[in-house]
Design a protein around this ligand. Structure first.
Ligand SMILES: Cc1ncc(COP(=O)(O)O)c(C=O)c1O
Length: 321
Protein backbone atom coordinates (compact mmCIF):
# COMPACT_ATOMS: atom_id res chain seq x y z
CA UNK A 1 0.00 0.00 0.00
CA UNK A 2 0.99 3.59 -0.56
CA UNK A 3 1.83 5.73 2.47
CA UNK A 4 -1.48 7.54 2.46
CA UNK A 5 -4.42 7.53 4.89
CA UNK A 6 -7.65 5.80 3.86
CA UNK A 7 -11.26 6.81 4.50
CA UNK A 8 -12.39 3.70 6.38
CA UNK A 9 -11.12 0.44 7.85
CA UNK A 10 -12.74 -1.41 4.92
CA UNK A 11 -9.97 -0.16 2.67
CA UNK A 12 -7.42 -1.87 4.90
CA UNK A 13 -8.90 -5.33 4.22
CA UNK A 14 -6.57 -7.43 2.09
CA UNK A 15 -3.20 -6.37 0.66
CA UNK A 16 -1.57 -8.36 3.49
CA UNK A 17 2.18 -9.02 3.29
CA UNK A 18 3.61 -12.40 2.32
CA UNK A 19 6.71 -13.99 3.83
CA UNK A 20 8.90 -16.86 2.63
CA UNK A 21 9.20 -19.43 5.44
CA UNK A 22 12.84 -20.14 4.61
CA UNK A 23 13.86 -20.79 8.24
CA UNK A 24 11.33 -23.58 8.77
CA UNK A 25 12.11 -25.17 5.42
CA UNK A 26 15.88 -25.09 6.02
CA UNK A 27 15.56 -26.39 9.60
CA UNK A 28 13.83 -29.50 8.25
CA UNK A 29 16.39 -30.03 5.51
CA UNK A 30 13.78 -29.60 2.78
CA UNK A 31 14.21 -28.28 -0.74
CA UNK A 32 11.91 -25.55 -2.04
CA UNK A 33 10.10 -22.58 -0.55
CA UNK A 34 6.81 -21.82 1.21
CA UNK A 35 5.18 -18.43 0.74
CA UNK A 36 2.90 -17.55 3.65
CA UNK A 37 0.30 -14.82 3.20
CA UNK A 38 -0.19 -13.09 6.54
CA UNK A 39 -3.94 -12.74 6.56
CA UNK A 40 -3.97 -12.51 10.35
CA UNK A 41 -2.93 -8.89 9.76
CA UNK A 42 -6.39 -7.99 8.45
CA UNK A 43 -8.50 -5.60 10.62
CA UNK A 44 -10.48 -8.52 12.13
CA UNK A 45 -7.27 -10.56 12.47
CA UNK A 46 -8.37 -13.16 9.91
CA UNK A 47 -8.71 -13.85 6.20
CA UNK A 48 -12.49 -13.89 6.55
CA UNK A 49 -12.61 -10.08 6.43
CA UNK A 50 -12.15 -10.52 2.69
CA UNK A 51 -15.11 -12.90 2.40
CA UNK A 52 -17.30 -10.67 4.58
CA UNK A 53 -16.62 -7.63 2.40
CA UNK A 54 -17.05 -9.72 -0.77
CA UNK A 55 -20.46 -11.08 0.27
CA UNK A 56 -21.85 -7.76 1.50
CA UNK A 57 -20.68 -5.79 -1.54
CA UNK A 58 -22.04 -8.44 -3.95
CA UNK A 59 -25.39 -8.34 -2.13
CA UNK A 60 -25.48 -4.55 -2.27
CA UNK A 61 -24.69 -4.65 -5.96
CA UNK A 62 -27.41 -7.19 -6.85
CA UNK A 63 -30.02 -5.66 -4.56
CA UNK A 64 -30.44 -8.68 -2.27
CA UNK A 65 -29.44 -6.59 0.76
CA UNK A 66 -31.63 -3.57 1.52
CA UNK A 67 -30.28 -0.45 3.26
CA UNK A 68 -30.37 -0.95 7.03
CA UNK A 69 -31.47 -4.61 6.77
CA UNK A 70 -30.38 -6.99 9.54
CA UNK A 71 -27.59 -9.40 8.53
CA UNK A 72 -27.37 -12.88 10.15
CA UNK A 73 -24.53 -15.36 9.84
CA UNK A 74 -23.32 -18.65 11.20
CA UNK A 75 -19.67 -18.26 12.14
CA UNK A 76 -16.75 -19.91 13.90
CA UNK A 77 -15.94 -16.34 14.93
CA UNK A 78 -13.81 -15.08 12.10
CA UNK A 79 -16.52 -14.53 9.47
CA UNK A 80 -18.60 -12.92 12.19
CA UNK A 81 -15.78 -10.58 13.12
CA UNK A 82 -15.34 -9.58 9.48
CA UNK A 83 -19.09 -9.04 9.11
CA UNK A 84 -19.25 -7.08 12.37
CA UNK A 85 -16.65 -4.70 10.95
CA UNK A 86 -18.18 -4.45 7.47
CA UNK A 87 -21.80 -4.18 8.70
CA UNK A 88 -20.81 -1.70 11.40
CA UNK A 89 -19.23 0.66 8.90
CA UNK A 90 -22.00 0.23 6.32
CA UNK A 91 -24.91 0.53 8.77
CA UNK A 92 -26.41 -2.98 8.83
CA UNK A 93 -27.29 -4.44 12.27
CA UNK A 94 -25.46 -7.78 12.51
CA UNK A 95 -26.33 -10.96 14.41
CA UNK A 96 -23.56 -13.57 14.76
CA UNK A 97 -24.61 -17.15 15.55
CA UNK A 98 -21.74 -19.24 16.92
CA UNK A 99 -21.23 -22.56 18.69
CA UNK A 100 -20.22 -22.42 22.33
CA UNK A 101 -17.46 -24.83 21.24
CA UNK A 102 -15.53 -21.98 19.60
CA UNK A 103 -13.19 -19.95 21.76
CA UNK A 104 -14.92 -17.23 23.84
CA UNK A 105 -12.53 -14.46 22.82
CA UNK A 106 -14.19 -14.56 19.41
CA UNK A 107 -17.62 -13.79 20.87
CA UNK A 108 -16.20 -10.93 22.92
CA UNK A 109 -14.50 -9.43 19.91
CA UNK A 110 -17.66 -9.57 17.77
CA UNK A 111 -19.68 -7.97 20.57
CA UNK A 112 -17.08 -5.24 20.98
CA UNK A 113 -17.45 -4.48 17.27
CA UNK A 114 -21.19 -3.97 17.70
CA UNK A 115 -22.54 -7.43 16.81
CA UNK A 116 -25.36 -9.18 18.64
CA UNK A 117 -23.85 -12.58 19.49
CA UNK A 118 -26.05 -15.67 19.88
CA UNK A 119 -24.23 -18.71 21.29
CA UNK A 120 -25.57 -22.20 20.56
CA UNK A 121 -24.89 -25.16 22.86
CA UNK A 122 -22.88 -28.03 21.43
CA UNK A 123 -24.50 -31.42 20.84
CA UNK A 124 -24.45 -33.77 23.85
CA UNK A 125 -21.02 -35.43 24.03
CA UNK A 126 -19.25 -32.75 21.96
CA UNK A 127 -15.99 -31.35 23.29
CA UNK A 128 -15.45 -27.60 23.82
CA UNK A 129 -12.84 -26.41 21.32
CA UNK A 130 -13.84 -29.17 18.89
CA UNK A 131 -16.78 -28.04 16.78
CA UNK A 132 -18.14 -30.94 14.74
CA UNK A 133 -20.48 -31.02 11.76
CA UNK A 134 -23.27 -31.99 14.18
CA UNK A 135 -22.55 -28.93 16.33
CA UNK A 136 -22.54 -26.81 13.20
CA UNK A 137 -25.95 -28.17 12.16
CA UNK A 138 -27.36 -26.87 15.46
CA UNK A 139 -25.84 -23.44 14.79
CA UNK A 140 -27.27 -23.52 11.25
CA UNK A 141 -30.78 -24.26 12.53
CA UNK A 142 -30.60 -21.28 14.91
CA UNK A 143 -29.22 -19.04 12.15
CA UNK A 144 -32.13 -20.03 9.90
CA UNK A 145 -34.64 -19.39 12.65
CA UNK A 146 -33.22 -15.94 13.37
CA UNK A 147 -33.04 -15.03 9.68
CA UNK A 148 -36.74 -15.75 9.26
CA UNK A 149 -37.73 -14.10 12.55
CA UNK A 150 -35.86 -10.85 11.78
CA UNK A 151 -36.52 -10.69 8.02
CA UNK A 152 -32.75 -10.69 7.72
CA UNK A 153 -30.23 -11.11 4.94
CA UNK A 154 -28.36 -14.38 5.50
CA UNK A 155 -24.71 -13.81 4.63
CA UNK A 156 -24.42 -17.56 3.94
CA UNK A 157 -20.68 -18.00 3.54
CA UNK A 158 -21.16 -21.65 2.49
CA UNK A 159 -23.31 -20.72 -0.50
CA UNK A 160 -22.76 -17.16 -1.67
CA UNK A 161 -20.38 -16.66 -4.56
CA UNK A 162 -19.13 -13.39 -3.04
CA UNK A 163 -17.04 -15.46 -0.61
CA UNK A 164 -14.93 -17.28 -3.20
CA UNK A 165 -15.05 -14.23 -5.49
CA UNK A 166 -13.28 -12.12 -2.87
CA UNK A 167 -10.37 -14.57 -2.84
CA UNK A 168 -10.42 -14.82 -6.64
CA UNK A 169 -10.18 -11.04 -6.94
CA UNK A 170 -7.74 -10.37 -4.11
CA UNK A 171 -5.99 -13.29 -2.35
CA UNK A 172 -4.99 -15.19 -5.48
CA UNK A 173 -3.68 -12.22 -7.49
CA UNK A 174 -1.84 -10.84 -4.43
CA UNK A 175 -0.13 -14.18 -3.75
CA UNK A 176 0.87 -14.56 -7.38
CA UNK A 177 2.32 -11.06 -7.60
CA UNK A 178 4.14 -11.39 -4.27
CA UNK A 179 5.70 -14.68 -5.38
CA UNK A 180 6.83 -12.82 -8.52
CA UNK A 181 5.00 -15.40 -10.55
CA UNK A 182 6.91 -18.37 -9.17
CA UNK A 183 4.36 -20.46 -7.21
CA UNK A 184 4.05 -24.08 -8.30
CA UNK A 185 1.42 -25.18 -5.76
CA UNK A 186 -1.19 -23.90 -3.28
CA UNK A 187 -2.48 -25.78 -0.23
CA UNK A 188 -5.45 -24.75 1.91
CA UNK A 189 -7.46 -26.12 4.84
CA UNK A 190 -11.11 -25.97 3.79
CA UNK A 191 -14.05 -24.70 5.79
CA UNK A 192 -16.53 -23.26 3.32
CA UNK A 193 -13.92 -23.88 0.62
CA UNK A 194 -14.19 -20.23 -0.42
CA UNK A 195 -10.50 -19.46 0.05
CA UNK A 196 -9.35 -22.56 -1.78
CA UNK A 197 -11.84 -22.15 -4.64
CA UNK A 198 -11.20 -18.47 -5.33
CA UNK A 199 -7.45 -18.53 -4.81
CA UNK A 200 -6.76 -21.64 -6.85
CA UNK A 201 -8.90 -20.38 -9.73
CA UNK A 202 -6.96 -17.11 -9.84
CA UNK A 203 -3.60 -18.89 -9.59
CA UNK A 204 -4.38 -21.48 -12.25
CA UNK A 205 -5.49 -18.71 -14.62
CA UNK A 206 -1.99 -17.30 -14.31
CA UNK A 207 -0.16 -20.66 -14.26
CA UNK A 208 -2.24 -23.60 -15.50
CA UNK A 209 0.43 -26.09 -14.34
CA UNK A 210 0.13 -24.93 -10.72
CA UNK A 211 -1.27 -27.68 -8.47
CA UNK A 212 -3.96 -27.10 -5.84
CA UNK A 213 -4.16 -29.24 -2.68
CA UNK A 214 -7.10 -29.35 -0.28
CA UNK A 215 -6.18 -29.85 3.38
CA UNK A 216 -8.51 -31.67 5.79
CA UNK A 217 -8.34 -32.98 9.35
CA UNK A 218 -7.16 -36.55 9.78
CA UNK A 219 -10.19 -38.78 10.31
CA UNK A 220 -12.53 -36.31 8.57
CA UNK A 221 -11.10 -36.26 5.04
CA UNK A 222 -14.45 -36.52 3.30
CA UNK A 223 -13.57 -34.22 0.39
CA UNK A 224 -10.81 -36.72 -0.39
CA UNK A 225 -13.53 -39.38 -0.50
CA UNK A 226 -12.67 -41.04 2.81
CA UNK A 227 -15.30 -42.16 5.30
CA UNK A 228 -15.74 -40.02 8.39
CA UNK A 229 -13.84 -41.78 11.18
CA UNK A 230 -13.43 -39.00 13.72
CA UNK A 231 -15.25 -35.66 13.55
CA UNK A 232 -13.42 -34.19 16.54
CA UNK A 233 -10.39 -31.97 15.94
CA UNK A 234 -9.13 -28.64 17.29
CA UNK A 235 -8.65 -26.93 13.91
CA UNK A 236 -11.34 -24.26 14.26
CA UNK A 237 -12.81 -22.69 11.15
CA UNK A 238 -13.07 -25.75 8.95
CA UNK A 239 -12.84 -29.50 8.58
CA UNK A 240 -16.56 -29.94 9.09
CA UNK A 241 -16.66 -33.22 7.15
CA UNK A 242 -19.12 -31.79 4.63
CA UNK A 243 -18.64 -33.75 1.42
CA UNK A 244 -20.66 -31.31 -0.70
CA UNK A 245 -19.29 -27.79 -0.52
CA UNK A 246 -21.20 -25.58 -2.94
CA UNK A 247 -18.26 -23.23 -3.49
CA UNK A 248 -15.97 -26.15 -4.42
CA UNK A 249 -18.22 -27.39 -7.23
CA UNK A 250 -16.23 -27.60 -10.47
CA UNK A 251 -13.08 -26.28 -8.79
CA UNK A 252 -9.94 -28.23 -9.76
CA UNK A 253 -8.17 -30.19 -7.01
CA UNK A 254 -4.87 -31.94 -7.78
CA UNK A 255 -4.46 -33.67 -4.43
CA UNK A 256 -5.63 -34.00 -0.83
CA UNK A 257 -3.69 -33.96 2.44
CA UNK A 258 -4.89 -34.71 5.93
CA UNK A 259 -3.31 -33.17 8.98
CA UNK A 260 -3.90 -34.24 12.58
CA UNK A 261 -4.87 -31.76 15.26
CA UNK A 262 -1.55 -32.44 16.99
CA UNK A 263 0.39 -31.75 13.80
CA UNK A 264 -1.52 -28.48 13.23
CA UNK A 265 -0.83 -27.46 16.84
CA UNK A 266 2.88 -28.34 16.70
CA UNK A 267 3.31 -26.52 13.39
CA UNK A 268 1.52 -23.40 14.66
CA UNK A 269 3.90 -23.44 17.64
CA UNK A 270 6.87 -23.85 15.31
CA UNK A 271 5.62 -20.95 13.15
CA UNK A 272 5.63 -18.72 16.22
CA UNK A 273 9.02 -19.88 17.49
CA UNK A 274 10.90 -20.20 14.22
CA UNK A 275 9.32 -17.53 12.02
CA UNK A 276 7.82 -15.05 14.52
CA UNK A 277 4.35 -15.65 13.05
CA UNK A 278 1.72 -15.90 15.80
CA UNK A 279 -1.21 -17.71 14.19
CA UNK A 280 -3.96 -20.26 14.78
CA UNK A 281 -4.45 -23.98 14.25
CA UNK A 282 -5.53 -23.80 10.60
CA UNK A 283 -2.44 -21.80 9.67
CA UNK A 284 -0.50 -24.61 11.35
CA UNK A 285 -2.42 -27.14 9.26
CA UNK A 286 -1.64 -25.24 6.05
CA UNK A 287 2.08 -24.97 6.81
CA UNK A 288 2.23 -28.62 7.93
CA UNK A 289 0.69 -29.59 4.58
CA UNK A 290 3.11 -27.39 2.65
CA UNK A 291 6.11 -28.91 4.48
CA UNK A 292 4.81 -32.36 3.65
CA UNK A 293 4.44 -31.36 0.00
CA UNK A 294 8.07 -30.19 -0.13
CA UNK A 295 9.11 -33.51 1.40
CA UNK A 296 7.05 -35.35 -1.25
CA UNK A 297 5.40 -34.49 -4.57
CA UNK A 298 6.35 -30.78 -4.59
CA UNK A 299 10.01 -31.24 -3.69
CA UNK A 300 11.97 -28.20 -4.84
CA UNK A 301 8.76 -26.32 -5.62
CA UNK A 302 7.17 -23.16 -4.27
CA UNK A 303 4.02 -23.65 -2.24
CA UNK A 304 1.65 -20.82 -1.31
CA UNK A 305 -0.37 -20.92 1.94
CA UNK A 306 -2.60 -18.58 3.93
CA UNK A 307 -1.96 -17.71 7.57
CA UNK A 308 -5.69 -17.64 8.31
CA UNK A 309 -6.00 -15.98 11.70
CA UNK A 310 -4.18 -14.67 14.74
CA UNK A 311 -2.84 -16.77 17.59
CA UNK A 312 -4.48 -14.26 19.93
CA UNK A 313 -7.81 -15.92 19.09
CA UNK A 314 -6.59 -19.08 20.84
CA UNK A 315 -5.29 -17.80 24.16
CA UNK A 316 -8.05 -19.70 25.95
CA UNK A 317 -7.21 -22.99 24.18
CA UNK A 318 -4.36 -25.47 24.60
CA UNK A 319 -2.54 -24.05 21.57
CA UNK A 320 -0.20 -21.97 23.65
CA UNK A 321 -0.18 -24.37 26.56
C1 LIG B 1 -9.28 -19.85 11.15
C2 LIG B 1 -9.93 -20.34 9.90
N1 LIG B 1 -9.25 -21.19 9.12
C3 LIG B 1 -9.78 -21.69 7.99
C4 LIG B 1 -11.07 -21.35 7.58
C5 LIG B 1 -11.63 -21.94 6.31
O1 LIG B 1 -11.71 -20.99 5.28
P1 LIG B 1 -12.77 -21.14 4.11
O2 LIG B 1 -14.13 -21.00 4.72
O3 LIG B 1 -12.47 -20.06 3.14
O4 LIG B 1 -12.59 -22.51 3.52
C6 LIG B 1 -11.81 -20.46 8.36
C7 LIG B 1 -13.18 -20.10 7.99
O5 LIG B 1 -13.93 -19.52 8.74
C8 LIG B 1 -11.23 -19.94 9.54
O6 LIG B 1 -11.92 -19.08 10.33
Amino acid sequence: MKDVAVDSILQVIGHTPSVWLDRMVAARGLEGRILAKLDYLNPGFSKKDRAALGIIEAAEADGSLAPGQVVVELTSGNMGTGLAIVCGIKGYPFVAVMSRGNSPERARMMAALGAEVVLVDQAPGSVPGEVSGTDLALVEAEAQRLTAARGAFRADQFARAGNAMAHYRTTGPELWAESEGTLTAFADFAGSGGTYAGTVRALKEREPALRGYVVEPEGAAVLAGEDLRDAGHPIQGGGYAMADLALMEGVPVDGYLSVSGAEARETARALAREEGIFAGFSAGANVAAALRLLAGPERGGRVGVIICDSGLKYLSTDLWG
